[in-house]
Design a protein around this ligand. Sequence first.
Ligand code: CAA
Length: 262
Amino acid sequence: MSELNNFENLQVETHGKVGLIRLHRPQAMNALCSPLMDELTQVLDVWESDRAIAAVVLTGNEKVFAAGADIKEMSDKSFVDVHVDNFITAGWERITTFRKPVIAAVSGYALGGGCELAMMCDFILAADNAQFGQPEIKLGIIPGAGGTQRLTRLVGKSKAMEMCLTGRNMGAEEAERAGLVSRVVPVDQLQEEALKTAQTIASYSMPSVMLAKASVDAALNTTLTEGVAVERRMFHSLFATNDQKEGMAAFVEKRKPDFTDS
Ligand code: CAA
């Protein structure tokens, strides 16, 4: 794990089978500069192929998850710069292809690209001080890391439209009511609760966890008929695993299952 110790913009830890990534650019409100996004890609590349890691928590600090793309880095870029260099697409989307569960644990501001990065994760646990927003309109731009698409799917057209057009932030309670976050917890319990949740996921059979994630994702990318067909194939395929036999035998024998990810 030594290659994951030396980052400028991230702090990386492992807690059993759970990997924790803390965005760490406190001097810039964790603004998502290119070197930070490159470091995030490096960690995910290593953990993708590491069987000892079963789930990941992505978090920030108490005041900020991330205040968006780095405005200072972007401000002088031209259309040709961002288009030819494929800004965002080239460096930001690794998390969307990562096959193990990623929980965003959001405390404080998750604005612009910060909100978009949280929405790329599988679900968001929010601290009670969390603030979500897409304030790009105030900068003369629009969300560019999927905000207009993922926010709309999560909270519906009316609220997504209001947030993208006015730049208004949404607090944690409103975000939970709207379906943007799965749960709200007191800010001083956020990391512990996120790790506990990730450890619960990591205690299950890895193949079934990965297929559950892929199956829920299919709901957003296909029709209902196609999505149910995808789910049914994945469900059937799990009967080829030892862990399905073990999980069901353990239930019948009234004991804890001993999953082997096989
Ligand atoms: N990019 C670069 N630097 C940023 C930044 C960002 N997104 N957000 C904050 N910073 C910097 C500030 O410039 C400031 O630096 P200096 O000390 O050198 O002046 C430092 O972080 C502290 O910030 P503030 O003094 O503003 O802190 P605050 O507590 O008063 O306010 C905040 C916090 C409300 C988050 C405010 O910083 C803010 O509004 N930030 C910008 C939010 C934003 O517009 N995000 C969208 C970015 S565009 C985008 O993300 C595009 C996309 O879709 C991919």
